[in-house]
Design a protein around this ligand. Sequence first.
Ligand code: NDP
Length: 484
Amino acid sequence: MRFYIIQPQYDEELQTSNFLPNLFNPADASVIARVSDSDKEDISRAVAAARRAFESGPWRRMTPSERGKYLWRVGDAILEHADELAELESIDNGKPRAVARVADVPLAADLFHYMAGWATKIEGNTIPISVPYAPGAHFHAFTLREPVGVIGQIIPWNFPLLMAAWKLGPALTAGNCVVLKPAEQTPLSALRLAELMLELGLPEGVVNIVTGFGETAGASLASHEDVDKIAFTGSTEVGKLIVHAAAGNLKKVSLELGGKSPNIIFKDAPNLEAAVAGAADAIFFNHGQCCCAGSRLMVERDIFDEVVAGVSEKAKRIKLGPGLAPDTQMGPLVSEEQLNRVTRYMNLGKEEGACYVTGGRRAGDQGYFVQPTVIKDVRDNMSIVREEIFGPVVVAESFNKPEELVLKANQTQYGLAAGVWTRDIAKAHKVAAALKAGTVWINCYNVFDSALPFGGYKQSGWGREMGHDVLELYTQTKAVVVGL
Ligand code: NDP
């Protein structure tokens, strides 16, 4: 096994004696690497480097075409290093290497390829204006879309490389400069990505990866007076702290937060087998560590027992194992903290009287594995029904009437995603329109694309990532009026 000691980009200035606690392989708790524990001062140095790069470096001054070509090459480099990046992701996060190889890595590359195209298409408008208090006067008015400036980005551990891509791609295509803090548990792929970007000739200071704790490095970045915008993905709880921290200089804020997403199966689902497989994938993909996980399975009463039995069978057959083992279908949770959090919820559900169809406890005694879990006989006020568990744990409920169903599905502080399975087109559209969620999947689940905007209603976030919507987060509009 390789052993990594990686420093941020401006390492000659760093206090090299400060390291985060060891990084652990979640499959067996062995030490895999040590990275720097950056503090407020390190963040300030990185912000200053990004500010210099933004104000006087070549990045925002180069032609959009050059910027786009550079970002395209980053996408290519990710694909060229796909095996290495998938291995890093697996060792660091615990997810199966094969999954990282077919999902995380190509999606990250595609994001850069997609965003490369936008560099040449960020345009303003010409606007005919009337100016009623200046009769007879003539003006030529237009808008420019300009980069926001220095961007702070804080990302979580569930898709470390992909989250780095989601954040860096749009910020860079618009000409911004960035300071990015990866999660303390999973900094390796973001560091390697930045290394690849440097090898491709990224000008100094444009991307600064600063490893460290959220409470120190992350909080300093969110509150920094010279950061123009902060983009955050993580828990709703920390999202609220980010909003407060950003108030000092009223920096712009975008947030991609938690979820408790309903996945609704009607008895007229076009293919019940596919719906059951989709329901299992909705909750068990990435070990349930997905903000959009279909963690509330809502099934029409007539087919409830059949669907729950089907999802439970799939849960029982999932092969748990270390991420690097070729036959592993589900790896460990990312950390001991998450293991404790998920097993605490499993125990809470039992105390509250829910029925566990399968799973419900830690798996084995080495590493951070838990059993894929299906729970029924739940009530609305149970914490396992209301709160985000962020593990492979689904609560199943039945419903009779679509009107009641929509009310119930929306009965959550979150609004990130939802699934609907039915062959009735009119019903599918009506339910999709009534659901308060940023993404609704009909007869599918977990379908992502760089061109599709992703983000939350209610307390699931502010703003949309990916698609052309994300450019709103990383540009600002300037109106220019010329008197003729
Ligand atoms: P956090 O929200 O704490 O972590 C996300 C990122 O924010 C990490 O980089 C973290 O740093 C950083 N951070 C933590 N505290 C602060 C702060 N005060 N100021 C600025 N940045 C901060 O999530 P956790 O890792 O603690 O996971 C807890 C729960 O959050 C999960 O169980 C899940 O419910 C939810 N979550 C949701 C995610 C999503 O995709 N929406 C992703 C991850 C978690 P560091 O980790 O280095 O300390």
